[in-house]
Design a binder for this molecule. Structure first.
Ligand SMILES: NC(=O)c1ccc[n+]([C@@H]2O[C@H](COP(=O)([O-])OP(=O)(O)OC[C@H]3O[C@@H](n4cnc5c(N)ncnc54)[C@H](OP(=O)(O)O)[C@@H]3O)[C@@H](O)[C@H]2O)c1
Length: 326
């Protein structure tokens, strides 16, 4: 088969479409003929040499895909050859075939075409696990999503609105904020021209956010704590603004607030299985009912992965970029 390989870490040109050995499904795994993969921020870090795949996993980038099952490894039940699926991956989604633990498969939701389903697993699993399983966002609470127009942000807005939360977002342009509003965001904050702490206070009668989904890390740590409501929960899932910050424990203590940080890729199989099962139970009905839709910015060929990374890094996109397998 062919896959996008990374012979040497570097810029987008480091991504090379090359012939590689076919994967073989192991115990509890299925082989998926990939129709499409999707691009995630983590793929850029992997390409740059800053986010190596866990030992023993596929060396190729790609944390999600959609396609058809073509073979079952030993011990797989509940799935058949020919099933159309999408999957949460540890890697290997930028390829024509990938071996996937059966516990990380989801059926293609009704009403979503096969390739578009590749836009769902990573954002659905990340957002559901962090906002609902970890931070326990409740109806009527306020969620602040940083980077509302990102792949993650577009899913977070829709899911939080679907459960009856109020949603505030930050983004870097009026155009992106307008897209967030179309998805349901109630409070729109341009982080280039506005102070999100002040804007959030103004929009919540001074209360602040009950939950913050953060992708900036150190750069926003202090402001995020200030933006939290009493009993607030800050969940850090991205470190685009650095890894080391100063935490004001006094402010945290006074608010009886919590700071959590997680990454999905490194979680053990049984934790991923629990997240995938929860997504199937809670998110899939919303997708099939049309309340939550995949947001696809553009679709390129998998051989054009370098161009896809250029777009992602330029920040020109809203939502997800798909890579169609040849
Ligand atoms: N921990 C996990 O398990 C996990 C899983 C998936 C994703 N993530 C993280 O989630 C983040 C989003 O991932 P993605 O794949 O959806 O990436 P993406 O679509 O490329 O989104 C990146 C976003 O960052 C926003 N951004 C940049 N500077 C900002 C600032 N100062 N304030 C607010 N937003 C800012 C950009 O918004 P503008 O263009 O408007 O500036 C852009 O929408 C990444 O940091 C990624 O590493 C973590």
């Amino acid at each position: 088969m062919h896959a996008i390989t990374i012979p040497e870490p570097g810029g987008p040109e480091a991504l090379v479409w090359a012939e590689v050995p076919d994967p073989v499904p192991g115990e509890g795994e299925v082989l998926v003929e990939v129709a499409a993969g999707a691009v995630n921020r983590a793929d850029v870090l992997q390409r740059q040499g800053f986010y190596d795949p866990p030992p023993g996993t596929s060396p190729y980038p790609g944390l999600e895909c959609a396609g058809r099952i073509t073979a079952l490894g030993p011990g797989v039940a509940g799935w058949s050859v020919g099933d159309e699926v999408c999957a949460l991956l540890v890697g290997g989604g930028y390829a024509q075939r990938v071996a996937v633990p059966a516990a990380q498969l989801l059926p293609v939701p009704k009403g979503v075409d096969l390739a578009t389903a590749a836009a769902l697993p990573e954002v659905a699993c990340t957002v559901w696990s962090n906002i609902f399983m970890i931070a326990h966002l409740r109806p009527g609470e306020t969620l602040l999503v940083h980077g509302g127009a990102s792949g993650i942000g577009t899913m977070a807005i829709q899911l939080a609105k679907a459960v009856g939360a109020k949603v505030a977002v930050t983004a870097g342009s009026p155009e992106k904020l307008a897209r967030c509003a179309e998805l349901g965001a109630d409070v729109l904050i341009d982080y280039r021209t506005q102070d999100f702490v002040e804007e959030l206070r103004a929009a919540t009668d001074g209360a602040g956010a009950d939950v913050i989904l953060d992708i900036m890390g150190a750069k926003y740590l202090d402001r995020n704590i200030r933006a939290l409501a009493v009993n607030g929960r800050l969940v850090v899932i991205g470190l685009q603004g650095g890894v080391k910050g100063e935490l004001n424990l006094g402010a945290l203590l006074a608010k009886r607030a919590a700071v959590m940080a997680t990454t999905l890729r490194a979680r053990p199989l049984q934790e991923k299985a629990a997240i995938v099962a929860a997504v199937r139970e809670h998110v899939w009905p919303l997708v099939e009912g049309g309340t939550v839709r995949p947001v696809v910015d553009r679709t390129l060929l998998m051989q054009e992965a370098a161009e896809a990374h250029r777009v992602l890094e330029s920040g020109a996109h809203v939502g997800k970029i798909l890579l169609l397998a040849p």
